[in-house]
Design a binder for this molecule. Structure first.
Ligand SMILES: [Mn+2]
Length: 225
């Protein structure tokens, strides 16, 4: 693990967007980027994680992670791949059920290559915008203050797992705010439309499913485009 929280300065030259879970559908995402005239020379795209599994193009994730305009936090699916490659017990039928067949079919060297790239992904990203700081994690911020997140992430595997797995806020319709940050953006739970609970924006509109679509959230206006 290279860093727990990665920080990005304001991007005065271009636009910043967040996108929900991609799950191996990079071609679909590419066409959405074309539709909004995404400019890779100026704009930036931040992923809330879960780049892989389920869709047909999981192996494209490595290429995308090398684009200088594309940044991602770690999702639970990246985390499973890391564990699997390290030989930690991941039940094969569960992994298969979660779309991991492509990964289990890779040879050891390829698995290690993906795991190394995924292990470099931070648990959280914070982006400075003209309207304030925006935080991104895959699933959940378990602290009341954004500034407490770093300590929580350092404290235990259990707490790191909460950040990439926990669905409590959406299940309990918890509208409490995460203080010290203008907004938090998460994915992980597929929804028919964007849901804002407190200052937490749930943006996984299931672009990886047949019925869903990708939502790109403008981090400056907090509007979906
Ligand atoms: Mn997820």
């Amino acid at each position: 693990m290279k860093c727990l929280i990665q920080r990005f300065d304001h991007n005065p030259e271009g636009r910043d967007f967040a996108v929900g879970d991609i799950h191996g559908h990079f071609s679909r995402l590419q066409s959405v980027l074309e539709r909004i005239r995404f400019d890779p020379a100026r704009d930036r795209l931040f992923s809330v994680g879960d780049l892989v599994d389920r869709g047909p193009e999981s192996e494209e994730s490595l290429k995308w992670l090398e684009f200088p305009w594309f940044h991602a936090v770690r999702g639970n699916h990246e985390d499973i791949a890391i564990r699997y490659a390290k030989g930690n017990p991941v039940d094969a039928s569960t992994y298969s059920h979660n779309g991991g067949d492509w990964f289990m079919a890779l040879d050891d060297a390829a698995q290690r290559r993906f795991a190394k790239a995924f292990d470099g992904l931070p648990y959280a990203i914070e982006v400075q915008t003209e309207s304030g700081l925006v935080g991104l994690v895959h699933a959940h911020v378990p602290t009341r203050q954004w500034s407490e997140l770093r300590e929580l992430l350092s404290s235990s595997r259990y707490n790191r797992d909460r950040v990439i797995w926990d669905r409590g806020r959406i299940q309990l319709s918890d509208t409490s705010h995460v203080a010290g940050v203008r907004a938090v953006v998460v994915g992980h739970t597929p929804l028919p439309q964007v849901a804002v609970l407190g200052n937490v924006h749930h943006i996984d509109t299931a672009g990886w499913t047949k019925e869903g679509r990708f939502t790109l959230l403008d981090l400056s206006t907090l509007e979906a485009v």
